[in-house]
Design a protein around this ligand. Sequence first.
Ligand code: GSH
Length: 215
Amino acid sequence: MADFTIILGNKNYSSWSLRGWLILEASGADFDEVVIPLDRPETKAAIRAHSPSGRVPSLKHGELTIWDSLAIGEYLAELFPEAGLWPEDRKLRAQARAITAEMHAGFAALRAHLPMDLRGRFPGRGHDAPGVAADILRIVEIWEVCRQSFGRGGDFLFGRFGIADAFFAPVVGRFVTYGVSLEGATAAYRDAVWSCPAMKTWRAAAEAEPWVIDQ
Ligand SMILES: N[C@@H](CCC(=O)N[C@@H](CS)C(=O)NCC(=O)O)C(=O)O
C-alpha cells in the first residue's frame, strides 16, 4: 500500500478530482486511488466515508485527511519542494497563487454551462449562456500573460507543470469538448496540457469508465 491515497469522482466528469490527481502525479509521490462514481444514490455516503465535506478529491496521508484540491496542492508543495509545484521565485509564486485562487473561486458561468465531460464533443454548446464569453475572455487573458511573461522555461503557465496548470486543466478539457477556438500561444498551451503524459493517462481512464451522467 502506498503512503498516499486519493479519493476521486468519475474521471470523465470530476473536474476537481482531476486537479488534485494531476498535482499528486506531478509531486512524484507513490499513491493509490479510489474512484467513487458521482450522482448515484450511494454517492454521498461513499464520499462522506473519506471526506468530511462530502466532496472529492480527498487525500489521505497516514492519519491525515485533506478534502480540498487547493489544500492538497499546498500540502504536497510543502512535502515535495523538489517537484516545483509552485514557481521558485516569490513574485511568480504570488502570481501563480493569484490565478489558482481565481480559478478555485471563480468562473461560475463556465462551470455551470460547460461542465467537464472529457469524452463528449459538443462544439458551440453553452457559448452564448450568460457570463460564459466573459469567463472565456478572462481565461485567455490569463494564459496569454503567463505564457508570454513567465512561461519561458517550458510549455506551461510558469514553464514547468505546476499547481496553476493543474487548476486550469479541466478548462482545457472544456475548451476541447465545447470547441472553444484559440489561437497562437493559448492554442499551444491547450495542446501542451491536453497531451502531457499525466493528462493522457487520466483521459484514457475516463474513456474506459462505464458511467454516464446526463448533464
Ligand atoms: N472545494 C472543493 C470542491 C470539490 C467538489 O465540488 N467536488 C465535487 C465533484 S467535482 C463533488 O465532490 N461533488 C459531490 C457530489 O457530486 O456528490 C475542492 O476544491 O476540492
